[in-house]
Design a protein around this ligand. Sequence first.
Ligand code: INI
Length: 174
Amino acid sequence: MVRELHGSLEGSGLRVCVLASRWNTFVTEKLVEGAVRKLREAGVYEDDIEVAWVPGAFELPVAAKWAAETGAFDAVVCLGAVIRGETAHFEYVAGGAAQGIARVALDTGIPVAFGVLTCDTAAQAMARAGGKAGHKGEEAAATAIEMARLRQLLRDGHEASRSGGERAQGKGAR
Ligand code: INI
């Protein structure tokens, strides 16, 4: 029978690091509020939530790497708001943050959620930080929990088969 796995949104016992950028704080404070609210609602314990601030979105990847490498967290949530200006700076900051965050997740195996808004205007950013277009902080927190749980399911299941389960002994082989 095909086994189907879904990471749950049950957060108790998970340790989560929330990283937020100080650029455009009027938006990122709202992203942090939503993320922390979502983590609490999911059952993550108060003492298992840590929030750390970085100067800008470009600094999120290296801070995520520091957090992931401690071994103290089951997931990291990166929050930021990059708002387009008149120069190409936007592309470098947003691109660097996105690629860097993806790389940290792949390099460390720790889920790192991408809650960085990349918008043309401040109004678009506010709409996505609890306004008409949803809440990317909440979404990123939920993603982090789901991925941390899925990681546990995938790793625990295969850990069991490696350490002497039926298939490892050849009994389940077709
Ligand atoms: N950082 C942001 O998080 N959002 C922005 O909109 C932004 N803009 O527009 O420049 C921004 N720049 C700073 C950048 O993230 C770094 O902190 C800086 O380049 C120093 O490394």
